[in-house]
Design a protein around this ligand. Structure first.
Ligand code: SF4
Length: 477
């Protein structure tokens, strides 16, 4: 996915920019970047962060960077920030999102407007440079942002440093969040951020959460509206379920609290329909399943325990190499079992979601080899059936590698499966759904397996369900 952060201040801002951007490290694993403006020029630094955290990579750059205004990003897809010198001025941009009509837009820009693209990586045009080129089609930055928002299919949230301040623009359907924070009631500058917690320790307080498609302009002294929020919203539900950091609030709903509610709701459902198990312990698959498991344990009154512990001293962050076998090896090395909490025990594990399931299968086999008597699985969201087409995150690569798709292909005795045949598998009342879940249960070696229903998961978020994106579970736009 990725995250963005920006600062506009009367004072030196590099330290705040550095920490604020670093606090988005859980959202991406490939690139980190910062650009800072000192009133005359931009200084930009970009590093690959696949093998070392953002902080380690950028620490030595900090003394060289000076300025009172800057933007930063963590990105899985693009080298950014992009700095553009154009007829509407020099500006810097960072983005988070995905452009589905990229080829068409690039063709239009190159053929009709004689535009060049410089930042080509992996044979593909840089999304952020494409956004910058779209902005330059208009006579000023605000009109350019609105034009880019209209032209882009997909989802694109952006921060633009220009005109002596910072433009913050949320994507048109609000799939990703965007906040403005103020320091000393606006006396000491403003920041703009994907995550609402990233500026708290820097002394800022939230003063505004942007609505879908909304654009604001911040200067060191004030925030002004450029374009108001649109009515329709489809915010990514996965932010609460997995992606967002526990201390973040979106739409007034805290991430950690939503996860407890998810666990409570699954336990309540198990008790109501008689599928609860007499487990010795409730446990989370570390770390993302843990808050869901705490909620389940509190509600079921079965003790919470940690039979698997993540070795954090040398694995401080989510490192995701592209090679699946290396990922599996790292996942296994990170987790260490506690035999005393496993041997002869009946354990119920809660996980936020299952995509491929390969690591989960390895984990269950290992737990049985340590003498576990029963291993039950409860998943905090419904089966993931559809490929996310709105945000650029690793799950979008897995369409036919997802365990659900593999199971359906097996059950349908087909070579592949198109979206048009998936609807019955999204319906928990259907025979197809039951057969798929049973097949996944066997595949992952669980004693019992249940997924949270879509209805109950959305109720755990607690905002109007029409304002939440559920596409990856039910294929509905
Ligand atoms: S399809 Fe899923 S992951 Fe993608 S935006 Fe919607 S809820 Fe989020």
């Amino acid at each position: 996915m990725g995250g963005v952060f920006g600062i506009c201040s009367n004072n030196e801002c590099v330290t705040d920019l550095f920490f604020g951007t670093d606090y988005h490290s859980h959202l991406g694993t490939r690139w980190g970047g910062m650009a800072v403006f000192d009133g005359k020029q931009y200084t930009r630094v970009i590093h690959n962060i696949e093998n070392a955290p953002f902080r380690t990579k950028f620490e030595s750059d900090i003394p060289e960077m000076k300025g009172f205004m800057g933007i930063g990003c963590i990105s899985d897809s693009n080298l950014q920030p992009i700095i553009i010198n154009s007829r509407i001025g020099t500006f810097a941009v960072v983005t988070v999102g995905r452009i589905n009509n990229k080829d068409e837009l690039a063709r239009q820009l190159t053929s009709e407007n004689n535009v060049y693209f410089f930042e080509i990586s992996g044979g593909s045009i840089n999304d952020t440079e494409l956004v910058a080129s779209l902005i330059c089609r208009k006579d000023n930055i605000p009109d350019g942002i609105k034009y880019a928002q209209r032209k882009i299919e997909g989802s694109m949230t952006m921060l633009i440093s220009a005109d002596g301040g910072l433009y913050a623009a949320r994507d048109r359907l609000g799939r990703t969040p965007l906040f403005v924070g103020e320091k000393d009631n606006g006396e000491d500058g403003y920041c703009a951020s994907f995550e609402s917690f990233s500026y708290i320790n820097l002394g800022y307080k939230t003063c505004h959460e942007l609505g879908p498609g909304e654009i604001v302009f911040i200067t060191p002294d004030k925030m002004t509206s450029v374009s108001g929020p649109l009515d329709k919203m489809k915010m990514c539900t996965f932010l609460w379920l997995y992606y967002g950091f526990p201390t973040s609030d979106y739409e007034g709903v805290n991430v950690e609290e939503m996860r407890y509610k998810c666990g409570q709701s699954m336990a309540t459902q198990d008790i109501a329909d008689g599928t609860g198990v007499k487990a010795d312990y409730i446990a989370g698959i570390p770390d993302s399943g843990t808050p869901h498991a705490i909620g389940y344990a509190n509600q079921s009154k079965i003790p919470f325990a940690r039979p698997l512990i993540k070795y954090t001293p040398t694995w401080p962050r989510s490192f995701t190499p592209k090679d699946q076998s290396i990922r599996n090896l790292i996942a296994r090395m990170k987790l260490i079992p506690i035999s005393a909490l496993i041997k002869n025990k009946k354990l119920l594990f809660v996980e936020d979601s299952i995509v491929r399931g390969t690591q989960l299968r390895g984990m269950m086999d290992e737990l049985f080899s340590y003498g576990a008597k029963e291993l039950h699985g409860r998943i905090a969201c419904p089966p993931i059936l559809y490929d996310c087409k709105y945000l650029n995150f690793t799950r979008s690569l897995i369409e036919n590698e997802a365990i659900t798709r593999k199971s359906i292909i097996k059950l349908e005795v087909a070579d592949s499966i198109g979206d048009s045949r998936l609807a019955p598998y999204a319906d928990p009342e259907s025979k197809q759904y039951r057969n798929m879940v049973e097949d996944i249960r066997k595949e992952l070696n669980f004693t019992t397996l249940k997924y949270h229903s879509l209805h109950s998961m959305l109720r755990s978020v607690g905002i109007d369900k029409c304002r939440l994106c559920t596409y990856c579970w039910n294929g509905k736009e």
